[in-house]
Design a protein around this ligand. Structure first.
Ligand code: NAD
Ligand code: ZN
Length: 363
């Protein structure tokens, strides 16, 4: 699988695909490296990570939203500085999106900035979050409210480590892969939808769609690294998804919530007269398969809309939503938070999105 080179405001960085997990962690003669490692990954790969785990400065953390909460950072900083982190050293994140956010945020701020590298170990991190420069951490109940644009120096992907992921974490990553293809357009989505049931068993196929997701995202983030315009389409499924995550107390994994969010966005777009019912019906079977077991039926529409009203992408008095248009292409626009939107959400949460509009589902 060929490498990618992503342009950023700090210069280009490389995404390499390596068969050997955690290859290149030891580079004798280079600057000192300090690792931040997902505890679960450390337990699953003790041999491959032995040198890292034996290094006193290594931080082993649980991959949870609490771990990327601002109140945990004093302990991280004290540990790293106490263990000898100095300017010119390099941080290395080994784990999923949680470890990425912690490593990138520390790299942005510790000693006014350190270089960092990333070994993504979840499908979500490999296919989506690893590129795009963003770091975000939580403050109390406010998720991803502090953040920076801090591209890494290099990203090392070893798809072999996906073999130990739980099914729910695979599906979470697949949610972002489906999102990228939906953004690329109906033809790209139909192609992955046709292969969806084979993806988990066929690694070569999975890697092809994983890499293509990165290529789709790369073109967008290179155009708008700082998320001021075109990059907003990457948030397809995310306003609704974040609201679902928040309302359920983060019981629904991010990429699963995004999958539901796309389905809900499609339903809302049809009800607002923006998209065709056929668009909802075309995507629904694949999206529903990906969020199976996490159906949002029964969630409170009041709670959902309350969270939606606080989204980062909103304008004054209006909701900033990414919705499909008549051609099935997604676009960001401001929409009034009115009775029509509320009715569409309520209908979907009552489980009627499917029944009502599903004529021709499966076509
Ligand atoms: N900075 C960004 O651009 C960006 C983008 C998207 C998401 N995120 C953030 O990423 C987080 C979600 O990331 P995630 O889905 O990677 O979740 P995660 O980092 O919480 O990992 C999910 C689970 O998989 C486990 N795990 C990791 N690698 C494994 C492996 N190889 N084998 C077995 N288990 C493994 C983890 O321990 C955890 O239990 C959220 O906090 C989200 O806000 C950030
Ligand atoms: Zn996401």
């Amino acid at each position: 699988v060929s490498d990618l080179v992503v342009a950023s405001h700090r210069g280009p960085y490389t995404v390499t695909f390596d068969e050997r997990p955690f290859a290149g962690l030891e580079r004798p003669g280079g600057p000192r490296v300090h690792a931040i490692v997902d505890r679960r990954v450390a337990a699953l790969y003790p041999a491959e990570l032995a040198p890292v785990l034996a290094t006193p400065s290594t931080l082993c953390l649980e991959a949870s939203e609490a771990s990327k909460s601002l109140d945990r950072f004093p302990a991280y900083v004290q540990h790293l500085v106490g263990a000898g982190v100095r300017r010119g050293h390099v941080l290395v994140g080994i784990g999923g999106g949680v470890i990425q956010d912690i490593t990138a945020f520390l790299a942005a701020t510790l000693l006014r900035g350190l270089d960092w590298e990333f070994y993504p170990t979840t499908l979500l991190a490999q296919a989506d979050s690893c590129i795009g420069s963003k770091s975000s951490i939580n403050v109390g109940r406010l998720k991803n409210v502090l953040g920076t644009f801090t591209p890494p120096r290099a990203i090392h992907i070893a798809t072999a480590v996906l073999g130990t992921l739980r099914d729910v974490d695979l599906r979470s990553g697949l949610g972002e892969i489906l999102k990228a293809h939906a953004i690329a357009g109906p033809a790209a989505f139909d192609e992955i939808a046709a292969d969806y049931t084979r993806l988990r068993a066929e690694r070569v196929l999975m890697i092809r769609y994983l890499r293509r997701s990165l290529v789709i995202k790369q073109a967008i983030v290179e155009t708008d690294e700082f998320d001021r315009g075109p990059r907003r389409v990457m948030n397809y499924g995310h306003s609704f998804g974040h609201a679902i995550e928040s309302v359920t107390g983060f019981a629904v994994p991010h990429g699963i919530a995004v999958t539901i969010g796309m389905d809900l966005a499609n339903h809302v777009a049809v009800r607002l007269g923006l998209a065709q019912a056929a668009h909802y019906a075309r995507m629904h079977p694949t999206l529903a398969a990906n969020y199976a077991g996490w159906e949002p039926a029964g969630l409170s529409v009041d709670a959902l809309l309350a969270v939606l009203g606080t989204d980062k992408k909103n304008g004054d008095g209006a909701l900033g939503l990414v919705l499909p248009d008549a051609e099935g292409r997604v676009a960001y626009a401001l929409h009034p938070n009115d009775a029509r939107l509320r009715a569409a959400c309520a209908e979907y949460l009552a489980g009627l999105g499917d029944v009502d509009m599903g004529a021709g589902v499966g076509a």
